[in-house]
Design a protein around this ligand. Structure first.
Ligand SMILES: Cc1cc2nc3c(=O)[nH]c(=O)nc-3n(C[C@H](O)[C@H](O)[C@H](O)COP(=O)(O)OP(=O)(O)OC[C@H]3O[C@@H](n4cnc5c(N)ncnc54)[C@H](O)[C@@H]3O)c2cc1C
Length: 387
């Protein structure tokens, strides 16, 4: 066999695995259906020299040293702490809500009362969930929780997921925090960095290795065939490991129906001004049809003067029959997971086929989590096949 491993997809799942196998002297074939590497982390530089994230803004943050140590091999990173504002009652206030947000939206006397009560009720805590606030026996705290729920969470969630708020799982509401202080960082992870020359350079360096053959603009499903629980590459049975990071329902021709996702319309605009907004991301939870605006210059070390590019994100339904529609967010509920497990059962019948990544595992992964998963899978597969 010409290749020791075949990998489908060149996002972080595929690229991490390809690199690990290549470094351990395995010949790897990577098939990628897009005309570029990097999956959804791909960045491109526009004519005005602003580098944009083509599939929506991606900020790297993690508590996992192993993942960051791995990534540091493929380019330089610069320290970047993400800060988000939200348009609430015509003001741009820190998101997640913190003490400054309270001061901006309440009269001074009321703001002081809320802050004092929060500190007394939740001593030694850095944050509290809005669900805890809403369930509080204290009237001031409860009403404050309801205010945050209504202004930050309710309309935003309906817009993002297009389902009535009553259908949202309580665990989701439970994850929306209020910060008990003035920390205005969006993430609290100990490692927060962005690639100096962009994600595309990181991917390109990961995939540049004498043991890696990369074929872009190649839909793997035109080259693979599954028959009697065996897998064939170009009509020949392939018995070495195949790692698939595309959509699991597509691999099995949607035979049980399509797995539901939310998609996005991404609207990029270039403006003749130095900066458009005061921070990289502003959320619009309420009146506007878009959910947020990203201004990419804030992510880049190479600051371009005199114009800037922004992105508005409009959530929409996903239709797998529409080639231009990208599956962005899985919709996690019991029904959809049961459908996913049926596909997983089919995949598990093929002993040398492995699922890895957000589409193959029908799971929301942050970048660090998908890299961690890929590193673990590398150990498992190499142990079974190559040791
Ligand atoms: C809007 C948005 C914003 C996000 N922001 C962040 C963030 O700020 N921080 C963070 O940590 N995470 C973020 N994420 C999560 C991040 O995007 C994922 O962790 C990451 O995309 C997962 O990588 P992956 O390799 O599993 O998937 P992908 O990046 O989607 O890669 C899969 C690859 O497989 C290819 N492929 C699929 N089918 C085939 C086929 N049949 N043949 C050949 N190739 C195929 C695809 O073209 C694609 O290149 C965000 C996600 C979304 C949707």
């Amino acid at each position: 066999m010409k290749y020791d491993v075949i990998i489908i997809g060149s996002g972080f799942a595929g690229a991490t695995l390809a690199r690990k196998f290549a470094e351990h002297n395995k010949k790897v074939l990577v098939l990628e259906k897009r005309n570029h590497v990097g999956g959804n982390m791909y960045e491109e530089t526009l004519d005005n020299k602003v580098r944009v994230h083509k599939y929506g803004p991606h900020i790297f943050h993690t508590n996992n040293d192993k993942v960051f140590d791995f990534l540091k091999n493929f380019g330089d990173w610069y320290f970047y702490e993400h800060r988000v504002l939200g348009k609430i009652q015509h003001k741009l206030v820190p998101i997640p809500f913190n003490f400054k947000s309270i001061e901006m939206l309440y009269e001074q006397k009321e703001a002081t009362k809320i802050k004092e009560k929060l500190l007394k009720e939740y001593p030694k805590q850095e944050k509290v969930s809005i669900l805890d606030l809403i369930n509080s026996n204290d009237k001031t705290i409860k009403e404050f929780g309801q205010f945050v729920y209504k202004n930050v969470f309710e309309n935003y969630t309906a817009k993002q997921w297009n389902i009535p708020i009553s259908k949202i799982d309580k665990s989701v509401i439970n994850r929306v925090p209020v910060i008990l202080g003035y920390d205005d960082r969006y993430f609290q992870d100990k490692i927060q960095y962005m690639p100096k020359e962009g994600y595309t350079e990181i991917f390109s360096n990961m995939l540049t290795h004498p043991n890696i053959t990369l074929e872009l603009s190649t839909n793997a499903l035109n080259m693979l065939e599954i028959k009697d629980d065996k897998i064939y590459y170009l009509q020949e049975q392939f018995t070495n490991p195949i790692i698939y990071s595309g959509a699991i329902d597509e691999l099995f021709s949607y035979q049980y129906g399509a797995l539901p996702y939310r998609s996005l319309n991404l609207d990029f605009e270039t403006k003749n001004m130095n900066y458009y907004q005061p921070t990289s991301v502003v959320n619009y939870p309420n009146d506007e049809k878009f959910t947020r605006i990203t201004e990419f210059k804030y992510f880049s070390c190479n600051i371009v003067e005199s114009n800037t590019t922004i992105l508005k994100e409009y959530p929409k339904n996903y239709d797998y029959r529409d080639e231009n529609c990208i599956p962005y967010y899985t919709i996690q509920n019991e029904e959809n997971l049961n459908l996913y497990y049926k596909y997983l059962e089919l995949a598990n019948k093929i002993s040398n086929l492995y699922m890895c990544g957000r589409l193959a595992e029908y799971k929301y992964y942050n970048m660090d989590a998908v890299i961690e998963r890929a590193l673990e899978l590398y150990e498992k597969v190499s142990e079974k096949y190559f040791k």
